[in-house]
Design a protein around this ligand. Structure first.
Ligand SMILES: [Zn+2]
Length: 420
């Protein structure tokens, strides 16, 4: 039975994706996987490529659009051969537990959070049209270019300062919620971390902001934006500029205020960001590898024309300063840099192989999805051999020792092989 299977992914042309005319990574990879240039490519946005078995974007064997069978049907035909002997985390039936993606981000994505397992099941039962599956969706981003993201709440001191510096926000949220937050900050000054009462104060402020914006936040937002626009460009702070760029992308949207409350992370290539369940976040710009549990559950609350589930979001968030591990560069191993999140569903390895050199990936008890990010290579396993060019991808069955030869950079997703 064959253990190396060339696959191609599913492209998503969401509105926030980079214009095809700018030759984004997602377009180049998509064209490599389909084997031909996209004739309408200059007129489209290229947001994401999905590699995996999620029903909303299933990978197929062979070239994209070639009519090949799905990767899932291959796995289902011989689950033990392809997935290995260990139980797959959080899967009711044999399936890949993870989903690997590339993102080319032009406009900020919606402010969102992803439910934990319990909430995902409830939401899917209650509203399957919006919440498409019953899985949780912890996710990790690894920057391929300079990458900006919002994730988790800012420390209370920063939020208190922003309520003074940007008084338009304080002008329409509940005054008692602002006082509670200031009091919580005074009480915890000098303490590290959050406790229940600070979480409660933050929840009060955030919920009041979200629930009163539609009725009374639009005028203060417009006032803040004209005030900032009047500041000469060299005198604006990076935060002023971010608020103005959000206002230009989503005029009148409550999410324009979000950088005043959420932490902004600036990552360099190779740095990573893990997003746990129930944590507000929005990717802002850049090109990234993203890996997650196999799910598409998103609770949205701003910077989007889509359905905003404000009540569910405000109730479910953990209200902690998150993203503490942001900027982590993975751990160097003999098989490249290892990015291992604190969830069982996935881990990611990024390896470079010099021209003329080779690397061996040991046989492990997990299926793998491998994607060539730069260059090209030869992949050998037992008597099998596949040539992969830039952008091409391979499904590798479990317990397969693989040798990679050639000048390339590859990313490989597996279930988490660490001890949790
Ligand atoms: Zn997300």
């Amino acid at each position: 039975m064959s253990r190396l299977h060339p696959i191609s992914g599913c492209v998503q042309h969401y509105a926030w994706g980079r214009p095809g005319s700018s030759s984004p990574l997602v377009r180049r990879v998509w064209e490599a996987q389909s084997g031909s240039p996209d004739a309408d490519g200059d007129a489209r946005n290229y947001a994401e490529i999905w590699l995996g078995t999620h029903g909303s974007g299933p990978s197929v064997l062979g070239a994209a659009g070639g009519g090949g069978r799905t990767l899932l049907s291959l796995i289902e035909a011989s689950p033990a051969l392809h997935l290995g002997s260990a139980p797959q985390p959080n899967q009711a039936a044999p399936n890949l537990p993870f989903l690997l993606k590339l993102l080319s981000i032009h406009k900020v994505l919606s402010i969102q959070s992803h439910p934990d397992l319990k909430l995902a099941k409830e939401l899917h039962e209650r509203n399957p049209a919006v919440y498409k599956d019953g899985c949780h969706k912890p996710e990790m981003a690894i920057a391929l270019t300079e990458f900006t993201a919002m994730c988790g709440f800012r420390p209370l001191g920063a939020i208190v300062a922003h309520l003074e510096l940007y008084p338009e926000l304080a002008s329409f949220v509940d005054a008692a919620a602002v006082e509670d937050l200031k009091w919580a900050y005074e009480r915890t000054k000098g303490l590290v971390g959050f406790d229940q009462s600070t979480n409660k104060a933050l929840k009060g402020l955030f919920s009041s902001f979200m629930s009163s914006f539609d009725a009374s936040g639009r005028e203060p937002l417009a006032a803040m934006i004209s005030r900032l626009a009047a500041i000469p460009e060299p005198e604006r702070t990076p935060l002023d500029s971010l608020l103005l760029s959000f206002a230009a992308q989503f005029p009148g949207d409550c999410g324009v205020f979000s950088p005043l409350l959420l932490q902004v992370h600036e990552l360099s290539p190779g740095q990573s960001l893990f997003v746990p369940a129930n944590t507000p976040h929005a990717y802002v710009s850049g090109e990234i590898v993203e890996c997650m549990a196999r799910s598409d559950n998103v609770i949205r609350c701003g910077l989007t024309p889509k359905f905003k589930d404000v009540e569910v979001l405000c109730d479910s968030l953990t209200y902690e300063v998150a993203g503490a591990g942001a900027g982590g560069e993975g751990e160097e191993t003999g098989e490249g840099r290892l990015y291992r999140p604190p969830v069982a569903d996935f881990e990611v390895r990024v390896a470079e192989v010099e021209e003329g050199g080779s690397r061996t990936f040991a046989a492990v008890d997990s299926a793998a999805v491998l994607l060539v990010l730069e260059g090209g290579c030869e992949v050998e396993a037992g008597g099998e051999r596949e040539e992969l060019g830039f952008g091409q991808a391979l499904f590798i069955s479990a317990n397969t020792r693989v040798e990679i030869k050639g000048g390339c950079k590859v990313v490989r997703a597996l279930r988490n092989l660490g001890e949790l």
